[in-house]
Design a protein around this ligand. Structure first.
Ligand code: ATP
Length: 499
């Protein structure tokens, strides 16, 4: 099916999120929508999927004008979405999620879960997914939840499929697999809109590229364009894709982790007798394929995993079994890998989110009240400094684009006096221009003498930031190597070979 969007305009109050956008996506092509954070990509896709109603413009499918009163109508017309934030019900099984909203019943009026299970198995087999139809979504790692979203869209026989940053949460291997799947889908005639901030992916699969900036289409680019060309078209200036940094001059050991073991809620060992240290003024990257204990390790450092054994000491003070408040008060900054779940309160304003980890005695906190004027001024400075695209610091964080939400988390954590920074997937969902800024800030944090741990599944990010790299595999650190280790060396360690 061919899709055409003509002159789509969508406003939120005074903000014009989409300003007369034209986009055409042909049957069988992968069309990349590129643009900086807040450019209006997700909004446009929400208009297409019937979630928002545009004030102006029209949608045509195979030349026929269509209007959608809601997502159900868009879905029935063959438009499938794989969202940036999962729309799954966590307490339901995979099969139950697949039939949700599309319930087919057996003769007795009961849900035909058997058919749904089979559908999950069939689609999984076709695309090489390993998804158990009876697993509870809540128990699945993020990457598997994503695959359920894809299966759900495919189960509705979507003819136009929108992938809104699908790879932000995938491992490099899963990403490669997804690229193959997208190609297969396109070859079978699906029209695909692909939103991503990763230029490598764009260059790998795009047939055509449309670039949006500040709600407007600014041009088309060729898939043969270089990363530098694509980056500057996106953000309207030249971008340093790899931040230059001086070699580290590490000081004394600051964080010492010894024999740390962390259990998952099911009782399995998630981090297995891990020992390492981080010195002042160095960046230790924790690399590995997602799900090898990195998340649990970062959470244990924050006091989020009570019952862990071994020892964690920061500047000589034990942090093991401390509560989160004490860990934050000890000067630990934390960027969680899942910003919506652990990093922000969607219903709070930007300003309120920027002071979430402060405690009594802080300039923002008066006697039992917030000092709103001081907080707003601080928030305004941070919004400017971190280039958070918003109309006001009183905007609810939930209304920001994904990348701008991530910048709020970073602004908060990088604005305190830190004795240790633990940043998990710090640049998830943010555009290339902002990655440059965030990497510079992380390097500056290091250069100010703070020990930094960066947990990242992105090898480009690890290579850009790390002074040393610890690789995790099945809960263990299988090797600690220099920051300039080759991809091949890291790849072997990530697959379980020991150094
Ligand atoms: N429901 C809403 N209410 C108010 N403003 C909104 C709403 N949804 C989006 N916006 C605003 O519209 C603009 C475009 O946001 P959108 O999510 O479309 O950006 P995006 O290009 O997808 O960005 P990112 O790359 O960060 O995901 C942003 O300024 C955002 O704050």
């Amino acid at each position: 099916m061919n899709l055409e969007l003509r002159g789509i305009t969508k406003r939120f109050g005074a903000l014009v999120a989409n300003d007369h956008i034209d986009l055409s996506v042909r049957e069988g092509e992968i069309h990349c929508l590129l643009g900086e954070n807040g450019a209006g990509k997700s909004t446009l896709m929400n208009v297409l999927s019937g979630l928002y109603r545009a004030e102006e413009g029209e949608i045509l499918l195979d030349g026929e004008k269509v209007t959608f009163a809601g997502p159900g109508e868009a879905m029935n017309a063959g438009i499938g979405m794989v969202h940036q934030h999962f729309m799954l019900i966590p307490v339901f099984t995979v099969a139950e999620n697949i039939i949700l909203g599309n319930e087919k019943t057996t003769f007795g009026g009961r849900l035909d879960l058997g058919a749904a299970r089979q559908l999950v198995r069939d689609i999984s087999a076709r695309f090489g997914f390993d998804v158990d139809p009876d697993a509870l979504v809540d128990d699945l790692p993020v990457g598997a939840q994503q695959r359920v979203e894809i299966i759900k869209a495919l189960s509705r026989e979507a003819k136009v499929l929108v992938f809104d940053e699908p790879t932000a949460v995938l491992t490099p291997q899963e990403t490669d697999e997804l690229m193959v799947i997208m190609r297969q889908l396109a070859e079978s005639g699906t029209a695909i809109v692909f939103i991503t901030h990763k230029l490598r992916e764009v260059r790998e699969v795009a047939d055509r590229i449309t670039v949006v900036r500040l709600g407007k289409v600014v041009g088309e680019a060729e898939p043969t364009a270089s990363n530098t060309e694509l980056a500057s078209l996106m953000v309207g200036r030249s971008v340093e894709l790899t931040v230059a940094k001086e070699p580290a001059t590490p000081g004394d050991s600051a964080l010492v982790v010894d024999g740390l073991t962390v259990w998952s809620p099911s009782g399995a060992v998630a981090v297995d007798n891990v020992s390492f240290e981080v010195r002042r003024g160095e960046i230790l990257a924790i690399a590995g394929v997602q799900g090898n204990g990195q998340t649990e390790l970062a959470e244990a450092l924050l006091g989020l995993r009570p019952g862990s054994t071994g020892s964690i000491t920061l500047d000589g003070k034990s942090l093991l079994d401390s509560d989160v408040r004490s860990v934050l008060d000890a000067g630990v900054g934390f960027v969680p890998e899942d910003r919506t779940q652990d990093g922000l309160v969607a219903e709070f304003t930007i300003a309120e989110n920027l002071m979430l980890d402060r405690s009594v005695g802080d300039p923002f906190v008066g006697r039992g009240t917030l000092r709103r004027a001081i907080l707003r001024k601080f928030a305004q400075e941070k919004v400017t400094e971190f280039d958070v695209r918003t109309q006001s610091v009183d905007e609810h964080v939930g209304r920001l684009s994904g990348g701008n939400q991530q910048k709020v988390v970073l602004a908060r954590e990088l604005s305190r006096d830190l004795r240790l920074l633990v940043a998990a997937q710090p640049t998830r969902g943010i555009d290339v221009g902002s990655i440059e800024f965030v990497h510079k800030r992380i390097v500056a944090t290091r250069d100010a003498g703070t020990p930094v741990i960066v947990v990242s599944t992105e090898l480009d990010e690890v290579a850009a930031l790390a002074d040393r790299i610890a690789v995790m595999y099945r809960g263990k650190i299988v090797g600690i190597v220099d920051g300039d280790a080759t991809r091949e060396e890291l790849g072997l360690l990530m697959a379980g070979a020991s150094s």
